[in-house]
Design a binder for this molecule. Sequence first.
Ligand SMILES: Nc1ncnc2c1ncn2[C@@H]1O[C@H](COP(=O)(O)OP(=O)(O)O)[C@@H](O)[C@H]1O
Ligand SMILES: Nc1ccn([C@H]2C[C@H](O)[C@@H](COP(=O)(O)OP(=O)(O)O)O2)c(=O)n1
Length: 227
Amino acid sequence: MSDTVESVIVAIDGPSGTGKSSTSKAVAAKLGLSYLDTGAQYRAITWWMLTNGVDTDDPAAVASAAGKPVIVSGTDPNHPTITVDGLDAAGPIRTQEVTSQVSAVSAVPEVRTLITGLQRSIAAAAAGGIVVEGRDIGTTVLPDADLKIFLTASPEARAARRSGEVKGSDVAATREALIKRDAADSSRKTSPLAKAGDAVEVDTTELTLQQVIECVVTLVEEKRAAG
Ligand SMILES: Nc1ncnc2c1ncn2[C@@H]1O[C@H](COP(=O)(O)OP(=O)(O)O)[C@@H](O)[C@H]1O
Ligand SMILES: Nc1ccn([C@H]2C[C@H](O)[C@@H](COP(=O)(O)OP(=O)(O)O)O2)c(=O)n1
């Protein structure tokens, strides 16, 4: 049985491979909250650009096409979905091609304005509360979130986790790709990857996923009890 929580908004940010998606889904499922993977939305718009012949290295071309795709996110943590123009995009958004272009597309201010608006409306519609994970949720998308968490882990731990997901992948190459993407996401002008001043930082390097989930559930419960 889930311990249902009254409406609460939880923002979980951090770099790639720190455990945002796994933690957010599990915490939302346990507490009866909705769940939103904002990275999947940036991946979805990137996938649309790539399949519609838009040059993803041309910010002006990306900006003028940004309003065209219709992205819909399903917020059930036990069955998260994402569609683009009605097509299931859950598989195609995880390809290497999308991963290598998503930082460039998500740095375009027009893209961020549109996706941020979508994220805010999804959070506002989640009557029972929601866990939203990404890079700029605590700083920009939902600065009034009830609880903000910033997950970290060493690049080695993150690379090992990520390459564990893909059979035969090279940990050193994965580590380099992660570091490159983090640098791009952290240095862009518009709402970069950053820890909000009032976020609780959790270093997950030496923690199991279960320990991270328990830590975040406890923080949500403490917040609820305090407030
Ligand atoms: N604390 C942890 N210890 C070991 N593996 C973890 C931990 N947290 C997450 N993982 C695993 O690492 C991979 C990346 O986790 P994910 O939640 O997708 O990270 P993010 O959303 O931050 O990129 C997944 O395979 C997940 O099961
Ligand atoms: N709130 C967000 C979420 C993701 N992004 C961008 C930057 C990230 O490199 C990509 C992909 O995010 P995603 O969370 O799917 O990445 P990983 O699961 O860590 O590989 O999207 C963003 O700019 N802002």
